[in-house]
Ligand binder design. Structure first.
Ligand SMILES: [Zn+2]
Length: 171
């Protein structure tokens, strides 16, 4: 298997994690951490259901991998995530000493690997990680778009129901 085949295989696993988030009505973002071609940690976005603002997919995967390795440093690891990391998550990746980051699709609003700012490219920071993007980008984008489109439809339907109920009560 070539390196890009491996990237696709592991990004598929990250997309599967994102699908779990979607079943919980959380924004579908998933992550896996790989060392020696083996997944040693995985996680999905779940801040609402876990009542934890830090429960992004990357953080959940870092915690899982840390437990797996019994180490707070995750050396020689690659983190795959379906969406460009935010400020909090890239900081956590630096602290964990993740060697390589692969993300699927950019996040123009909160992405810090080139979208809003490029923190991995900042040479003043002492940890450096290689960054690759665009692996299964279309799938990841589609998964997010579908989630938000369905949520908008649900909100619209609820508002319609509310207005109908409101109308009945008033009349
Ligand atoms: Zn994040």
């Amino acid at each position: 298997m070539t390196n890009s085949d491996k990237d696709i295989q592991f990004m598929r696993a990250a997309l599967e994690q994102a699908a779990i988030a979607e079943t919980l009505d959380e924004v579908p973002v998933g992550a896996v951490i790989v060392r020696n071609d083996t997944i040693i940690g995985c996680g999905y976005n779940c801040p609402i259901s876990s009542q934890d603002p830090t429960a992004h997919a990357e953080i959940m995967a870092l915690r899982d991998a840390g437990r797996h390795l019994s180490n707070y440093r995750l050396l020689n690891c690659t983190l795959y995530v379906t969406l460009e990391p935010c400020l909090m998550c890239i900081g956590a990746l630096f602290h964990a000493r993740i060697e390589r980051l692969v993300y699927a699709t950019p996040d123009p609003k909160t992405g810090v690997c080139g979208s809003v700012i490029d923190l991995p490219g900042n040479t003043q920071l002492n940890h450096h990680l290689q960054v690759h993007s665009g692996i299964l980008a279309e799938e990841a984008r589609w998964q997010l778009r579908r989630f938000f489109a369905e949520r908008r439809e649900r909100c619209k339907a609820n508002r319609l129901l509310d207005s109908l109920n409101g109308g009945c009560t008033l009349s």
